[in-house]
Design a protein around this ligand. Structure first.
Ligand code: PLP
Length: 343
């Protein structure tokens, strides 16, 4: 066990927001029918429909990996391929689960900022109709990306138009969709449904929940029979009310937005305070709640004695510092002081 003052490693290390805890406690009364046939799940579904419109199908799951993998499993056949960036969580951090459970090939495109672009994907379309090649069927984009960057609505629309041209589906891994929406100051629906996304993995956990993720289908044809895939994917929780109640809390009074905005602001503050420190080089534009920086290795070692954070790319001493809804300005001040001392 690490004895740490404060984690700048991931928003996964943040606690659960107290409104979410209160909502869980409120749901913890008496009996409720299992597997989602309860008033809490109905309420959370309603809240999703208020945000995205009535013509969606939403399903709650427990992990982001489960959301991604079950979606891919549902919308592909074994000879299909999924196009994603080489930074994609589904490629780097899901232990091969998409390959194992969805059983399809991931076609990774090189990317510095975690985004994929239409001009990179066009050559892959030459495989269509050629039986020796896995057939591209899905484009999966991550919003915000693993490098803390955001796709603009226009960029998503371009990818969606391309997907449409070649009869591909557009999946969005929105584990940090809230941070992207807060950064761009646009609605969740504009950034997804109206930009042409077919199916979304909607993240709650990094935004203040504790194991609450959702799969949202905007393309309702694709949603057909997903409930069976969810069960086969081991993502149908029996005591569903405790997941649903978390979403009701996050989606009430714009809590999702306040949390994401605050996390983003803290990352911006951190970047602002470290950007002129000699020896520190910020490597990605800070658009959401992550700061990537190259720091001398001796300083990283010293700082790690006090703070927990990840080395991102050891080949060039690049670290990732991530903020969350509970990061305070004081946390940032202290961290920057410790960094200066370490240097
Ligand atoms: C971009 C992205 N997608 C998906 C996930 C999956 O989350 P989980 O750990 O809940 O499976 C994560 C988790 O860090 C993530 O960063």
């Amino acid at each position: 066990m690490k004895n740490m003052i404060k984690s700048f490693a991931s928003d996964n290390n943040a606690p659960v927001h107290e409104s979410v805890i209160r909502a869980i406690a409120k749901a913890n009364q008496g009996d409720a029918i299992g597997y989602g046939d309860d008033i809490y799940t109905l309420d959370a579904e309603q809240k999703f429909k208020e945000l995205f419109g009535r013509d969606i199908a939403v399903y709650f799951v427990c992990t982001g990996t489960g959301a991604n993998v079950s979606v891919l499993d549902h919308i592909t056949r074994s000879y299909h391929a999924v196009i994603c960036s080489d930074k994609a969580h589904m490629h780097q951090d899901e232990c091969g689960a998409p390959e194992k459970y969805a059983g399809c090939k991931l076609l990774r495109l090189p990317s510095e900022d975690g985004k994929v672009h239409v001009d990179q994907m066009r050559p892959l379309m030459l495989s269509l109709g050629f039986p020796h090649h896995a057939q591209p069927k899905v484009i999966s984009i991550t919003q915000s990306t693993e490098m803390g960057r955001v796709y603009t609505i226009k960029e998503i629309e371009e990818i969606a138009a391309f997907a449409n041209e070649f009869d591909l589906y557009l999946h969005m891994d929105g584990a940090r969709l809230a941070n992207a929406a807060a950064s761009l100051k646009v609605s969740l629906a504009d950034l997804t449904k109206y930009a042409g996304v077919d199916v979304l993995s909607f993240g709650g956990t990094k935004n203040g929940a504790m194991g609450a993720e959702a799969v949202v289908f905007f393309n309702q044809d694709l949603a057909k029979e997903y409930e069976y895939t969810r069960k086969q994917s081991m993502q149908l929780l029996s005591k569903m009310r405790y997941v649903s109640a978390q979403f009701s809390a996050l989606l009430s009074n714009d809590l999702w937005l306040h949390n994401a905005r605050h996390a983003n602001e803290m990352a911006a503050l951190l970047a602002d305070k470290v950007k002129d420190i000699m020896g520190v080089e910020i490597t990605q534009q800070v658009e959401t709640n992550a700061v990537f920086a190259i720091v001398p290795p001796e300083a990283i070692e010293k700082l790690k004695r006090k703070y927990f954070f990840y080395m991102w790319d050891a080949t060039r001493n690049e670290v990732r510092w991530m903020t969350a809804f509970n990061t305070t300005e004081e946390d940032i001040e202290n961290f920057v002081e410790a960094l200066k001392e370490a240097l």
